[in-house]
Design a binder for this molecule. Structure first.
Ligand code: NAI
Ligand code: PYR
Ligand code: MG
Length: 626
């Protein structure tokens, strides 16, 4: 049969399928299938893996059975649940209907989800063009591919899912991962962002739908760090979900069982790490949005043996430190005054504790890096979580948070008790900084902000860092209007600057780990560092802190605008490389071996970084037979 007649035959088959599809949907006769064609005769295909998924003639998406997935090297390239064609249509129709309702992701852009769909379709068609659009319009589209819209995308991912992107490893794949990684078509992967979907932004457990956060973070790796898009891999490890809504949703794409726990959970993550580092020994793995109880354990488990880091714990800490140092400078004080700051942190999860640990270490270093300095730095922090102020009187304290619990007597002396509310703590402490990583929108209420007016600082800093927009602890309008014009403001998701009247601007900084993770990844890649050390992370944070000029900082601008993200990422990467070389961790990258790396001066390192960043330019293509 000629290609042409085969196509004709397929076209009529497709038409028949579509007619049956319409009948099935119209009559709500969901038992009728449109997949059985031509008396079950198999169709011969000459493709495997992603080539099949990207071929509209052969692609069945989530309807590929497990045996077909194994036969066609598709295992891991699709969400784990096998769907019937009827379920696929239900999912599609539900999403189609939902489109008619205006999607809202926060106060600014009612069309954000529609923009995400358009960009996503471009991503599927033409990666170079997609990244050119993203890089050239990063200010406008970072909030679409990243926070806040990516949060909404994760929440609705079962409906939005069209073409798979990345890999899925599930608890059903135990024992298979080592072979599954070879289903990914690329022999070189530089950067993996992996999530288990257990705490997506401040939106809780979204199960398999969390894959979109890994995709969004990697978009920034390409746009900001110039990592080659052919060498990034978003990964979802689906160990179940504890989200009851998803457990009962017939259209959910993930494993419908409660999350694995304990050793069973660890065995899955261990197997994944072993598999990816076996196939790609030089890959860097960024852990993203794991619930706190696993975030710290996994970081300790892997950080000395693998090139990995946890963005929420370590990336966020660095960004917060840079912001806190900026807040000191914004008062016209030298950075060395940082250890005098009184800091109230609302939220003691992976992000909050990461920030507290790093801030305490930074203070201790400034005070001489002794044990005594480390101990005394502790008294600069007040931690308020869901149960109020943390003191040693609490019945059960998370071990990570314990080191920030106040002794009962010391708390008493300040007129505070175990479980004191945030407003009580702010009233008594009169802090220089109020930082939120609680995932509770509006937590910095009018009362709390009123109390902050009595801060002993000449320029109180308010950092509602939770994401997405709806989870921000307060808006900049609330902060500026209640506390006053002379504050420093930084939020996790973007907000617009505030008009203060008389032509003055209340600057709204975006305090988000996006200013560090791309540079940490790029610097690690180009240095060939064996691990990601505390020193490398510290160097990244200090580089970001030093990026803003004195004049900018005094004007309340403590982070760069997103339009400068490629530039700041370059600098962060260079600082990370320098530190890796100094710590003798750098093993080099390609022709730049460790010996050559050691010879580079500051300017040469910057050049080396720049020349290794991918840019979205079309290459000339030449056909070559296999
Ligand atoms: N801006 C940034 O770059 C980043 C922001 N985040 C955001 O931080 C938030 C928290 O993330 P995780 O620490 O991983 O979450 P988590 O769920 O581990 O921790 C949340 C913490 O908030 C506390 N909390 C809950 N209700 C509270 C209340 N009413 N008052 C005070 N504390 C309360 C909880 O007890 C817990 O300690 C999320 O919204 C996330 O999007 C996380 C990483 C980076
Ligand atoms: C920004 C980020 O990593 C988070 O909100 O989890
Ligand atoms: Mg995160």
């Amino acid at each position: 049969m000629s290609n042409f007649s085969r196509k004709l035959r397929l076209s009529s088959t497709l038409l028949k399928r579509l007619q049956q599809n319409v009948t099935a949907v119209n009559s709500k006769n969901v038992c009728r299938s449109f997949t059985t064609t031509e008396g079950h005769r198999p169709t011969l295909v000459h493709k495997r893996s992603l080539d099949i998924l990207h071929d509209p003639w052969f692609n069945k998406g989530t309807a590929f059975s497990m045996t077909e997935r194994d036969r066609l090297n598709l295992r891991g390239l699709l969400p784990p649940t096998v769907m019937s064609s009827e379920q696929q249509i239900q999912r599609f129709m539900a999403d189609l209907k939902r489109l008619q309702v205006n999607a809202r992701d926060g106060p600014f852009d009612p069309n954000a989800l529609a923009k995400w769909r358009i960009l996503n379709r471009l991503h599927d068609r033409n990666e170079t063009m997609y990244y050119k659009v993203l890089i050239d319009n990063i200010e406008e589209y970072a909030p679409v591919v990243y926070t806040p819209t990516v949060g909404l995308v994760c929440q609705k991912y079962s409906g939005l899912f069209r073409r798979p992107r990345g890999m899925y490893f599930s608890s059903e794949d135990r024992g298979e991962m080592m072979s599954m990684v070879y289903n990914w078509p690329s022999d070189q992967v530089d950067m993996i962002v992996v999530t288990d979907g257990s705490r997506i932004l401040g939106l809780g457990d979204l199960g398999v739908q969390g894959i979109a956060i890994a995709i969004g973070k990697l978009d920034l790796y390409v746009a900001a760090a110039g990592i080659n898009p052919q060498r990034v891999l978003p990964v979802m490890i689906d160990v179940g979900t504890n989200n009851e809504k998803l457990l009962h949703d017939p259209l959910y794409l993930g494993i419908q069982q409660h999350r694995l726990e304990g050793d069973e959970y660890l065995a899955v993550i261990d197997e994944f790490m072993n598999a990816v580092f076996t196939r790609w020994p030089h890959v860097i793995v960024q852990f993203e949005d794991f619930q706190s109880k696993w975030a710290f354990k996994l970081l300790q488990r892997y950080r000395n043996n693998y090139r990995m880091f946890n963005d929420d714990v370590q990336g966020t800490a660095g960004v917060a430190i840079a912001g806190l140092l900026g807040a000191v400078r914004a008062q016209g004080r030298p950075m060395i005054d940082f250890p005098k700051m009184k800091i109230v942190v609302a939220g003691a999860g992976s992000a909050g504790i990461g920030v507290l640990n790093a801030a305490r270490k930074t203070m201790a270093r400034m005070l001489g890096n002794t044990e005594v300095a480390f101990e005394s730095a502790r008294s600069q922090f007040w931690v308020v979580d869901a149960n109020g102020l943390l003191t040693e009187a609490r019945d059960s304290i998370d071990p990570e948070a314990r080191r920030f619990a106040w002794k009962v007597k010391e708390a008493d002396r300040q007129g505070l008790k175990e479980g004191a509310s945030l407003v009580e703590v702010v009233r008594q402490v009169k802090p220089d900084v109020l930082l939120g990583l609680s995932a509770v929108g509006g937590l910095f209420s009018k009362e709390v902000l009123e109390a902050l007016k009595d801060s002993t600082s000449t320029r109180p800093a308010i950092f509602p860092m939770s994401n997405p927009t709806t989870n921000a602890e307060c808006t900049p309008e609330e902060a500026y209007s209640i506390v006053g014009d002379n504050i420093i403001f930084a939020s996790g998701s973007p907000f617009k600057n505030v008009e203060l009247g008389g032509g003055r601007i209340g600057h709204c900084n975006q305090g988000n780990n996006m200013y560090l993770f791309p540079g940490i990844g790029l610097g690690t890649l180009l240095s060939g560092s064996r691990i990601i050390s505390d020193g490398m992370l510290q160097a990244a944070a200090e580089c970001l802190a030093a990026y803003m000029t004195e004049e900018e900082v005094l004007n309340g601008i403590i982070y760069p605008p997103i339009s400068k993200i490629r530039d700041i990422t370059k600098e962060v990467a260079a600082a990370v490389i320098k530190e890796a070389v100094e710590e003798d961790l750098a093993e080099g990258y390609r022709e730049m071996d460790s010996h050559e790396l050691r010879k580079l001066n500051q300017e040469e390192i910057a050049n080396y970084v720049e020349t290794n960043m991918w840019s979205p330019d079309y290459p000339t293509l030449i056909y070559k037979e296999d």
